[in-house]
Design a binder for this molecule. Structure first.
Ligand SMILES: C[S@@+](CC[C@H](N)C(=O)[O-])C[C@H]1O[C@@H](n2cnc3c(N)ncnc32)[C@H](O)[C@@H]1O
Length: 261
């Protein structure tokens, strides 16, 4: 069995043909006219929201835990979609989390957008592994003897704590000068954010699927923390770059093109 797979094509079509995973991590296009290579990020709003609904409905059938990072512009629509799902499926639960960025875009006319919602949908019986994501607690960082030596489980505002400095920082946007940045793609999530979600949801050796491969962030994280990964990506050029940068070999040239290792 291949540890990692990358499949070219539309995620709804490809995921229907794939087996289940323990977790799905999804970062769909935001529909804010970003300049992707092939994908057109300018759909009518109602069409986009209906498509998000199709995605959520398929994803919860394909994995016990589904994370969706999305643009705050769609918060109200997303809330409505999730509410309907919760009415329909009594085995489902939802948790609203937030990624914060210190260096959000500046808006001199209004409050700037410094956060990105991070939805988690979960089958009620799917396990979580909070001990895998403990971080240094405030007490530990300040030499308080009452501190739990294991640190603490972080909260639902997804930030990063730097041990030793004691500052609570954030998962920054991966901008042009970031060490992680892949300049051939317009948008990218911070690897540490993806890692926290995956570690909370899976054990080593379990499979994570990312329906929107992008730069391959989820695959890089899975490789580092010993999870199996399946990526789907619509854009053939991005697939080629992910394969090249992560040492994936071509497995199939016919439709769908597929790579793996
Ligand atoms: C927001 S980016 C994902 C970035 C990724 N999380 C990362 O950190 O690199 C969304 C990606 O989804 C791809 N995409 C758009 N529509 C798709 C679809 N229907 N199926 C599969 N991929 C799609 C786009 O080409 C783009 O690369």
């Amino acid at each position: 069995m291949l540890k990692h797979k990358l499949i070219h094509g539309d995620c709804l079509q490809r995921l229907r043909a794939l087996g289940d995973s323990t977790c799905i991590f999804a970062d769909p296009p935001d529909n804010i006219a970003l300049d992707y290579n092939e994908f057109d990020d300018r759909r009518a709003s109602d069409e986009y929201v209906a498509w998000l609904d199709d995605c959520l409905r398929l994803f919860i059938q394909k994995a016990g835990i589904v994370w969706v990072s999305y643009n705050a512009k769609w918060s109200f629509a997303m809330g409505m979609l999730v509410w309907r799902l919760l009415q329909e499926y009594d085995w489902l639960e939802a948790k609203a989390n937030v990624q914060v960025y210190t260096f959000g875009q500046h808006n001199k006319h209004d409050l700037g957008n410094n956060h990105r919602p991070l939805l988690r949908l979960k089958r009620k019986d799917a396990p979580l592994y909070p001990d895998q994501i403990r971080v240094p607690s405030w007490r530990q960082l300040h030499g308080d003897k009452r501190a739990d030596p294991r640190g603490r489980v972080p909260g639902d505002v997804m930030d990063m704590q730097y041990p030793g400095l004691g500052d609570v920082l954030d998962f920054p946007r991966v901008t042009g000068n970031s060490r992680q940045r892949c300049n051939w793609h317009p948008t990218q999530l911070h690897e540490d954010l993806v890692e926290r979600c995956i570690k909370l949801s899976t054990l080593e050796g379990e499979r994570v699927t990312d329906p929107f491969g992008g730069t391959g962030t989820t695959l890089r994280v899975c490789d580092r923390i010993s999870r199996r990964c399946t990526l789907v990506e619509y854009d053939r050029t991005y697939c080629d770059k992910i394969a090249e940068e992560n040492g994936l070999k071509r497995i199939s040239e016919s439709t769908p093109a597929m790579w793996g290792k």
